[in-house]
Design a binder for this molecule. Structure first.
Ligand code: ADP
Ligand code: MG
Length: 502
């Protein structure tokens, strides 16, 4: 058998293994099931590819995303390793061809989507092949407690059971809490697995949570202070993405939107503009990032609180992959809780799954949201400690690199934060009077007292921040969903009219 160092040099061109890789490879070569938890960018792929090259037969790699499979297979082929993928991006004819090639022994590694394992034709194929190893990539998808639950992942074990000879099983993920880890082990039925956890800490990332009076203004100020740096702004909905991107553009910032509701070509275009530094900022939903590896992202700002800490850490973790300092900033307001609750409840609506299972799923998601909120809203410990503890890792603060431990930096951001509120001292009294009048009109229209329409402070904030759209309006004190719906547009129009006249 070829030496694994020689393979590393020959195919990958690397001189040495990174932390953890050699132990994982040796474990798999010795025939032992293995669970590897290594941070993004640590080099997990090679840990199953090298054992695949050392073994007779075809290694199957189960991967959740078409783009990831394509990317990996392209890389394999460019290194002279014979690989292929089977997923829904191929026509039935192309799949048939790939399977025929596989039968002739043309591939060492085949990437498959988990759904394919459930088809009879694939099972027939697999039963007639020598399959020494099955690698499950992004293995957290198997657990309801993971962040990208994929029901078809739970049926992988089913497939394996039907094979004439049980292959060695390897599971890989970047984020796994202890619950997810034990879920992976039990659901994949790993036998006495060798388990490797490299830990999650990314020292170069600064973590901050802020509750600016006006999130958009914070963003604008922050980005203008860091004009040459690439950054990602994550929003929780497509609507937020469009509005935030617009507002940034209006403020002469080269920002582009990215979300699943946009046409493919536009999305691809915007992504490229960002990757090639033509646009400095990409404003995106969680759809952005998987399979994208831009190493020099200097900041990730969350415009809304995400639904759970796994999502947060994964998205924030797209900053600073080159190991240089980078900042992860979460802009929190209590309305984010409502948005997430809404999205969680809605996520189950279209699925015709078992209502009991569905409720269980929703409960889990709500519980996770609670922990995310706790991270965002309470400021009594080191944020790094809080994140690492969540993933089951011990940490002794201070880290000196989060908004709790680094008071100096916090002051800077408080300043960015405070910048707009200074304007409170020069409230435009003419505008304020007009808003007060409008409040009376609206109260009369609805037959309610004026304070039900808007509080004094609300009017003051309106006069200071002058929101241009409903999204900006939602940042204003006192504007919940209902009030936005009832009166939002009226206030915005009034402010517009006033500004146009000036
Ligand atoms: P992960 O799946 O853990 O996020 P990848 O397997 O995609 O990471 O690897 C990330 C990058 O690190 C790839 O470009 C890979 O070629 C590189 N890499 C992996 N192992 C090594 C190594 N031993 N030496 C140098 N580069 C490596
Ligand atoms: Mg990977």
């Amino acid at each position: 058998m070829a030496d694994i160092h020689d393979i590393l040099k020959k195919y990958y061109g690397y001189d040495s293994f990174r932390k953890g890789q050699e132990d994982i490879i040796n474990s798999l070569i010795s025939g032992r099931d293995t669970l590897a938890v290594m941070p993004t960018g640590a080099g997990k792929s090679l840990c199953y590819q090298i054992p695949a090259l050392c073994a007779e037969g075809i290694t199957l790699v189960i991967s959740p995303l078409i783009s990831l499979m394509q990317d990996q297979v392209r890389t394999l082929i460019s290194m002279g390793i014979r690989g292929a993928y089977l997923n829904s991006s191929l026509t039935p004819r192309q799949i048939e061809l790939a399977v025929q090639n596989a039968k002739k022994g043309m591939y060492k590694i085949i990437y498959v989507a988990p759904e394919r394992l459930e088809t009879q034709s694939f099972l027939d194929f697999a039963c007639n092949q020598n399959i020494p190893l099955i690698a499950v990539d992004e293995a957290h998808c198997i657990s309801q407690w993971g962040h990208d639950f994929r029901p078809s992942y739970t049926r992988i074990a089913n497939f394996i059971e039907k094979l004439p000879k049980r292959p060695v099983i390897a599971a890989f993920t970047a984020t796994a809490t202890s619950i997810v880890k034990s879920d992976i082990i039990s659901q994949l039925d790993l036998k006495n697995p060798f388990s490797m956890s490299l830990g999650f800490d990314r020292r170069n990332l600064y973590f901050g949570v802020y509750t600016p009076v006006n999130k958009t203004q914070f963003l604008i100020n922050y980005i203008k202070k860091n004009p040459d740096k690439s950054g990602i702004v994550y929003c929780q909905t497509r609507k937020f993405v469009d509005e935030v991107a617009n507002t940034l553009q209006e403020n002469n910032i080269s920002a582009l939107p990215y979300h699943a509701g946009m046409p493919d070509y536009e999305r691809a275009f915007n992504q490229n503009e960002f990757i090639y530094d033509k646009a400095k900022v990409i404003v995106a939903t969680s759809a952005f990032g998987m399979g994208i590896n831009k190493p020099d992202v200097r900041y990730v700002i969350h415009y809304n609180m995400p639904a759970n800490i796994e999502d947060y850490y994964q998205q924030a973790g797209r900053a600073g992959r080159d190991g240089e300092p980078a900042e992860c900033i979460l802009l929190y307001c209590s309305r984010d809780i409502k948005i997430n609750e809404f999205l969680i409840r809605k996520s189950g609506e279209n699925e015709d799954s078992d209502p009991v299972e569905l409720q269980k799923h929703i409960d889990i998601q709500l519980e996770k949201l609670k922990l995310m909120t706790y991270y965002s809203a309470s400021t009594t410990t080191c944020l790094r400690k809080r994140i690492l503890n969540y993933f089951g890792e011990k940490y002794i603060p201070p880290c000196n690199n989060c908004s709790f431990c680094d008071k100096e930096k916090e002051k800077t951001y408080k300043k960015i934060n405070a910048y707009p509120s200074k304007k409170t001292f020069d409230i435009d009294s003419v505008l304020l009077e007009r808003l007060k009048k409008l409040r009376v009109t609206l109260a009369n229209r609805s037959g309610v007292p004026t304070y039900s329409v808007a509080h004094e402070r609300t009017l003051q904030e309106l006069a200071v921040y002058r929101p241009k759209n409903l999204n900006e309006l939602s940042q204003i004190y006192g504007f919940g969903e209902i009030k936005i719906k009832r009166y939002g547009q009226d206030f915005i129009n009034e402010i517009k009219k006033y500004e146009n006249k000036k």
